[in-house]
Design a protein around this ligand. Structure first.
Ligand SMILES: Cc1cc2nc3c(=O)[nH]c(=O)nc-3n(C[C@H](O)[C@H](O)[C@H](O)COP(=O)(O)OP(=O)(O)OC[C@H]3O[C@@H](n4cnc5c(N)ncnc54)[C@H](O)[C@@H]3O)c2cc1C
Length: 501
């Protein structure tokens, strides 16, 4: 006997979970639901990360939801994003549906009952709680919030200074006057390096390989102009979103079609902050195409202003070993430091590392094939919200919100309790491949965890194509009566299913 039953359980109260809750209660107001969140508060990523300067890397006109205007500078601090999310929760009464401090520890599907049984655990409680639901909306993100990824460095335990990963940074840490060594040069390093410089630290950034940076003032001229002439905020939001998405689309295509020209443009933007004689070799000339890894944003050119002023020393090298006082690089350089900050990324988790079972069989996600990066063969009544790497994550939260609500309404109309995706006869000979091709997007955490991720096919339906501009047409147009959807064990044949009712 379950402790409580819901139509839908949403896992996680990050930007995906809160957006999904909004769409569910807006588009399917008759559905009962709860949001289950392991932390004591909402925000997910924006609550976990507390390093100096923590901010978005995308503009908030697209990282914000489509239904709530963003009023502020395009790049926002974690605190500003949390405030925005808090308003969404309060304005829509979502708070009463969230169960904080509650971790899901297992999910089991029964085809006999067409139900998920979800076991939850609260710290301090004597016993686990058991919830049941018809549908699981997985918004648990893609990485372990407790344990960051730290490479297996030689001699790390010999180091006598303070070693910390940026994901678990203690905001009480003082860096003024200290020698701080930052390991990494992605978006996190690009944020902490200028913040440490501003706080009066002597900073060295050690990178294995260079990153592309996009320098731009932290303002949107179109938004400012529209406001100046008295346009209302919902219209500003809609128009500026369209502008940002258009510009990103053009940039993405140019990165593939003319990467060298894009790099020249990126250099011009850097020079506006660092001066015409700024040297890009060797530390700022990457080996890959722009956008093959996330293009790191530099609001107001902060990193380059500090680099040009000599406030940060950049070293491109690999680590041979840690020493009691710092790091010895492969080329023999000794980098002494009082504090070493690893910006070395995440430990990928698939479905939050929650053990899943379907009809008594453990689910091995790698044995499933993903349907458009959101549903999985052999796993009924479940959608995972995995956003975009090259566009704001939240654009997909809104798209999938519409999709899930349409699917739930479709199931109601058919009078069915179970939906599953399946390979169609024409997919029988389709190549089954890893989740994403390595030349499309290859950040370290994804490469390290690729063998745990669901697999993809070589047809558009069977992969997460990471292309918002295609998906915004394709996802709303999905035919829910298509042969890839199986309802209650039968192919979708609306008439036959309704006749059976
Ligand atoms: C520092 C940083 C900056 C970023 N900046 C951007 C950006 O500017 N633009 C962009 O598009 N993307 C950015 N990203 C990617 C970012 O992770 C996503 O944009 C987005 O915030 C992910 O939201 P989410 O809700 O899907 O997942 P998360 O933020 O990871 O939230 C998942 C939630 O689920 C909860 N949860 C997980 N497992 C369980 C369980 N078993 N039981 C209960 N609860 C559980 C977690 O506690 C967490 O609160 C950034 C990521 C990082 C780390």
């Amino acid at each position: 006997m379950a402790d409580a039953h819901f139509d839908v359980l949403i896992v996680g109260a990050g930007i995906s979970g809160i957006g999904s809750a909004y769409h569910l209660q807006d588009q399917c107001p008759d559905k009962t639901y709860a949001v289950i969140e392991a932390k004591s508060t909402f925000g997910g990523t924006w609550d976990t990360h507390k390093y100096p300067g923590v901010r978005s890397d995308s503009d908030l006109y697209t990282f914000g939801y489509r239904f709530k205007p963003w009023i502020g500078a395009p790049i926002a601090s974690a605190a500003e994003i949390l405030k925005y999310m808090g308003e969404v929760i309060a304005e829509n009464g979502i708070d009463r549906h969230i169960r904080y401090g509650t971790r899901i520890v297992s999910c089991a599907w029964s085809s006999a009952d067409n139900l998920w049984t979800v076991t939850t655990r609260r710290e301090g409680d004597a016993a686990d709680q058991v919830l049941t639901c018809r549908f699981l909306w997985m918004c648990q993100g893609y990485y372990d919030h407790q344990t960051p990824y730290v490479p297996d460095w030689k001699g790390l335990s010999d180091y006598r200074g303070q070693f910390v990963h940026a994901q678990v940074w203690d905001p009480a840490t003082q860096v003024a006057g200290k020698r701080v060594l930052v390991i990494g040069s992605g978006a996190t390093a690009a944020t902490v390096v200028p913040a440490f410089c501003d706080a009066g630290a002597q900073v060295t950034m050690l990178q294995r390989s260079p990153t592309y940076f996009y320098c731009h003032p932290n303002q949107n001229e179109l938004a400012d102009r529209l406001r100046q002439i008295g346009i209302d905020e919902p219209t500003v939001h809609r128009v500026v979103r369209a502008q940002v998405m258009y510009d990103q689309d053009v940039l993405n295509r140019r990165c593939v079609e003319e990467p060298d020209a894009v790099f020249e443009d990126l250099k011009t933007l850097v020079r506006a902050y660092a001066g015409d004689d700024f040297a890009f070799e060797p530390h700022f000339t990457p080996r890959y195409r722009p956008w093959q890894q996330r293009l790191a944003f530099c609001p107001d050119g902060d990193l380059f202003r500090h680099a040009a002023a000599g406030n940060v020393t950049v070293v491109t090298d690999t680590i041979d070993r840690f020493t009691p006082t710092g790091v010895l690089t492969a080329s023999g350089e000794v980098l002494e430091a009082d504090i070493i900050v690893a910006c070395t990324g995440f430990r990928l988790t698939v479905m939050g590392d929650i053990p899943f079972a379907v009809d008594g069989q453990a689910v091995a996600w790698h044995d499933t094939v993903n349907y458009r990066g959101m549903m999985f063969t052999g796993v009924p009544n479940l959608v995972w919200v995995m956003g975009y790497f090259r566009a704001s994550w939240t654009l997909r939260v809104d798209l999938l919100g519409d999709f899930v609500c349409k699917l739930l309404r479709h199931m109601d109309a058919l009078g069915v309790a179970k939906v599953e995706v399946t390979l169609r006869p024409e997919d029988r000979d389709m190549a089954i491949l890893p989740w994403i091709e390595s030349d499309n997007f290859n950040p370290g955490y994804l490469q390290r965890g690729l063998d745990q991720m669901p697999r993809r096919g070589d047809k558009p339906e069977w992969r997460h194509n990471q292309d918002y501009w295609r998906e915004r047409e394709e996802i709303p147009a999905i035919d829910l009566d298509g042969a890839e959807f199986v309802y209650d064990g039968q192919r979708a044949d609306r008439n036959a299913l309704q006749a059976a009712e």
